[in-house]
Write a protein that binds this ligand. Structure first.
Ligand code: SAM
Length: 337
C-alpha cells in the first residue's frame, strides 16, 4: 500500500470555503475513567471494542490524512490514556511521514505514570483538563476524580518535557464560574496556558442549559477584576480558536475558547476522526463520513484518500449552533472536544 498521494489522486484536504485542513483530532476511545457532568451522562454505556478502530486501522487512516497534508494530530477521547497499547500507538503515529506535531488532550489522571513513556515515544505536548482547584468540587464535576492525581500528572508532564502545557477549564455556571480568577492565577508562576472554554450545552447531557454557558467576556471580566488587565499576546488573532492574553508579569498565558459566543469557523483547519472511524466534519454539526466500513471492506489507500478528500470538501460552516441547539447526535465524549 503506498504511503504517499499518487498522481491523479487528491493532493490536499480543503473545503468548499477554501479552508485548508491540516489538523486532525483523533479520538482513541469513547471510554473514560471520569464522568464529567457536562460531557456525558453518569450511566453512559461505551461502545463495544469491536466497533472501534483497531490500531492498524487507525494508523492507516492517519497515514491517509498525512498523505493529504495533515501535519498536526491531537489524540483525544473519551480518555485517550485508557486505550490499551497507547505508547506504541503514539510511537507509530509520530513515525508517519508528514506528521510534525503530536498532541494529546487528557484528564491527566494517568499521566503520572505515562508522561515519560509518552514523551519518549514522541508525544510533543499535552492539554490537561482541570475545572476546579478544590478537591470536593473537582469530584462533583468529574463525579469520581481525584484532583491530586491530576496535579501529579501535570507535574510529570512538565518533568517529561511535554510542552507547551495547556490546562483546559470548561466554565460552567454554578459549578466553577466563581473560580476563574484562581485558575488564571496559576499562570503568574507557571509557564503554562490556562484556557477557559465556553460550555457547549449538548442537549443529551442531562440538565445543561444555555443559561449555564458563561460567555468568555464574563469570565474575562471576572479575571480582570481580581488580577488586573489581560494584555493581548503578540500575534493575537480573533479568528484563532483561542484568544491569548497575559496577566502583567505572568510567566504563562490565559486563553479563551469561545465556541458559543464567537465561533472561529473562519480559521478552522480541523477534522475529527471518531473512535469508530467516522470523519466528523464540524464539532457543531453532525455531518460525517464513515471511513471504517470501506476500510474493512477492502478499500485501498487511494480509494480512502478520495473518500477523505471528498468528505473534507463538504466541511460545513459551523456557525449556527443556535439553530442546532441540542441536536448533535454524539456526546462530547464520542467526539473528543
Ligand atoms: N478526557 C480528555 C479530557 O478530559 O481532556 C479528553 C476528551 S474531553 C471530551 C476534551 C475536552 O472537551 C476537555 O477539555 C473537556 O473539558 C471538554 N468538554 C467536554 N464536554 C464539553 C462541553 N459540553 N462543552 C465544552 N467542552 C467540553
Amino acid at each position: 500500500m503506498p504511503d504517499q498521494a499518487l498522481p491523479g489522486s487528491p493532493a490536499t484536504l480543503h473545503d468548499a470555503y477554501g479552508r485548508h485542513l491540516t489538523y486532525l483530532r483523533v479520538s482513541l476511545t469513547d471510554a473514560c475513567n471520569l464522568r464529567c457532568v457536562y460531557c456525558m451522562p453518569e450511566d453512559i454505556t461505551f461502545r463495544p471494542p469491536a466497533n472501534l478502530m483497531r490500531d492498524e486501522e487507525l494508523l492507516t487512516l492517519v497515514r491517509v490524512a498525512a498523505s493529504l497534508g495533515v501535519e498536526k494530530v491531537r489524540l483525544t477521547g473519551g480518555e485517550p490514556t485508557v486505550r490499551p497499547g497507547l505508547v506504541a500507538l503514539v510511537r507509530a503515529i509520530r513515525a508517519i511521514p508528514g506528521i510534525r506535531r503530536l498532541a494529546m488532550t487528557t484528564n491527566g489522571v494517568r499521566l503520572a505514570e505515562l508522561a515519560q513513556p509518552l514523551a519518549e515515544a514522541g508525544l510533543d505536548q499535552v492539554n490537561i483538563s482541570i475545572d476546579s482547584l478544590d478537591g470536593d468540587r473537582f469530584r462533583r464535576i468529574t463525579r469520581r476524580g481525584d484532583l491530586q492525581e491530576v496535579w501529579r500528572g501535570i507535574d510529570a508532564a512538565e518533568k517529561a518535557g511535554l510542552a507547551p502545557i495547556k490546562l483546559n477549564c470548561v466554565v460552567t455556571r454554578g459549578y466553577n464560574d466563581d473560580e476563574v480568577a484562581g485558575l488564571a492565577r496559576i499562570t503568574l508562576d507557571n509557564p503554562w496556558e490556562v484556557r477557559f472554554i465556553e460550555l457547549m450545552p449538548f442537549g443529551s447531557v442531562a440538565g445543561f442549559q444555555h443559561d449555564q454557558v458563561v460567555p468568555s467576556a464574563e469570565t474575562r471580566a471576572r479575571i480582570e477584576a481580581a488580577l488586573g488587565p489581560l494584555i493581548p499576546e503578540p500575534g493575537y488573532d480573533s479568528h484563532a480558536p483561542a484568544q491569548r492574553y497575559r496577566l502583567p508579569g505572568a510567566r504563562g498565558q490565559v486563553g479563551f475558547i469561545s465556541t458559543i459566543t464567537a465561533p472561529f469557523c473562519e480559521g478552522c483547519t480541523r477534522l475529527r476522526l471518531t473512535a469508530d472511524g467516522r470523519l466528523l466534519l464540524c464539532l457543531l454539526r453532525d455531518d460525517e463520513a464513515d471511513l471504517l466500513t470501506p476500510l474493512r471492506a477492502g478499500a485501498n489507500f487511494v480509494a480512502l484518500q478520495r473518500l477523505m478528500a471528498e468528505a473534507a470538501y463538504r466541511k460545513p460552516w459551523g456557525r449556527g449552533r443556535e439553530e442546532h441547539e441540542g441536536e448533535t447526535a454524539r456526546e462530547m465524549s464520542q467526539i473528543g472536544g
